[in-house]
Design a protein around this ligand. Structure first.
Ligand SMILES: *Cc1c(COP(=O)(O)O)cnc(C)c1O
Length: 380
């Protein structure tokens, strides 16, 4: 099962030959090294370098695992690696929304949850559903308006943060929100899907739980659904693990194996996707068809608002060759989506907003394709 030590290769090269493994100092590895080396089998002759895919529904009795719903060595390898990057202990879930639902289930009856008005639709949809059934009271706020969020924290049991937000790309002041929430005795959960642990570590800023749709940047190849939570609070970890095991929101083993393979290259993929995004932001800002470019300065998600509105956005999404019109994000391939095509998208998201998930292709090819489609739009 997973060791307490979240980072570093077991018996890895950091241990000088003279030093006993038991006295090894806390691993000083930087994120790229953690992404590559954590969650590996020990460096023992004939061990595989990668954690193998263990397909098992049951285990010989008497150990820690017992049954396939309680744990799996392949899940553990993924969890150790993501936990190492976020600075806590990780639990993998069947999807991001399975993780979201397991966390929201912890909120007591009638308690208040503060959440961003612009956020992943499935997360605020779950809150609306719980509110409609009288389970919670949801207070939606502009998460970038720190004074309003801080004031709302006073009555909260849980403060849900997504930063940057989907698809408006607003940025929350996480330390200020954490201070206000903790003052009120509320837990803070941060959905870190857009930033990834390489650009933002919410636990280091005092948040209690990080949630991920590992479907996105972590797995990174548009072929897996997977979720995760990470916490440094041992009690919360035990409660969340018990709930995951009890309700069966467990991950597929192949999915954790693929997501771990994705996680190994996250830093390299993100570096390229981010530099592509930054270059596209620069070029998009000068295009007459684009009224507004929203970009928080880091990451690979960019939102553009077209001057000619929603119909132009529909035309754009049908006019490219490389860019694929698709929901979801964080893959190696560039995709984009007119967000208001979803009836549940808040009306405060502009009709002509198109969210770009910038991939790792050649940026000049990405720009040529996008610019040709933008040039073909009628001017407003
Ligand atoms: C996709 C997404 C989710 C939901 O995750 P699934 O893996 O699709 O269930 C939650 N939060 C954010 C920010 C997302 O992008």
């Amino acid at each position: 099962m997973s060791s307490e030590q979240p980072t570093g290769p077991a018996g890895g090269p950091a241990t000088p030959p003279t030093q006993a493994a038991s006295s090894r100092p806390p691993t000083p590895y930087r994120p790229a090294t953690v992404a590559v080396t954590a969650g590996r089998p020990p460096h023992v002759s004939d061990n595989p370098l990668n954690e193998p895919l263990t397909m098992a529904s049951t285990y010989v009795a008497g150990g820690d695992l017992e049954y396939g719903r309680y744990g799996n060595p392949t899940w553990s390898a993924f969890e150790e690696t993501l936990g190492g990057l976020e600075g806590g202990r990780c639990l993998a879930f069947g999807s991001g929304l399975a993780a979201v639902s397991t966390i929201l289930d912890l909120v007591g009856a009638g308690a208040t949850v503060v959440a961003p008005r612009h956020a992943y639709l499935g997360s605020i949809g779950q809150m609306a559903d719980l509110e409609a059934r009288g389970r919670i009271r949801a207070v939606l706020v502009d998460i970038a308006d720190t004074d309003t969020v801080v004031a709302a924290c006073a009555d909260a049991a849980l403060v849900w943060v997504e930063s940057p937000t989907n698809p408006a790309l607003e940025v929350a002041d996480i330390p200020a929100i954490v201070a206000a929430a903790h003052e009120a005795g509320a837990y803070v959960v941060v959905d870190n899907t857009f930033a990834t642990p390489l650009l933002q570590q919410p636990l280091a800023m005092g948040a209690d739980v990080v949630v991920h749709s590992a479907t996105k940047f972590i797995a990174g190849h548009s072929d897996v659904l997977l979720g995760a939570v990470v916490t440094a609070d041992a009690e919360l970890y035990d409660v969340l693990k018990k709930r995951r095991d009890m309700i069966g929101a467990t991950p597929g083993t192949l999915e954790t194996w693929l997501a771990l393979r994705g996680l190994r290259t996250l830093h390299v993929r993100l570096e390229r996707a981010q530099s592509n995004a930054q270059e596209l932001v620069r070029r998009l800002g000068g295009h007459p068809a684009v009224a507004e470019v929203r970009y928080p300065g880091v990451g690979a998600i960019v939102s553009v608002v077209l001057a000619a509105g929603g119909l132009a956005a529909d035309v754009l999404t049908r006019s490219t060759v490389l860019w694929v019109h698709a929901t979801s994000l964080g893959g190696v391939e560039s995709t984009f989506e007119r967000r208001r095509r979803w009836k549940t998208e808040p009306a405060t998201i502009p009709d002509g907003l198109v969210r770009l998930s910038v991939g790792i292709e050649d940026v000049d090819d990405l720009w040529s394709d996008l610019a040709a489609a933008l040039d073909g739009l009628d001017s407003p």
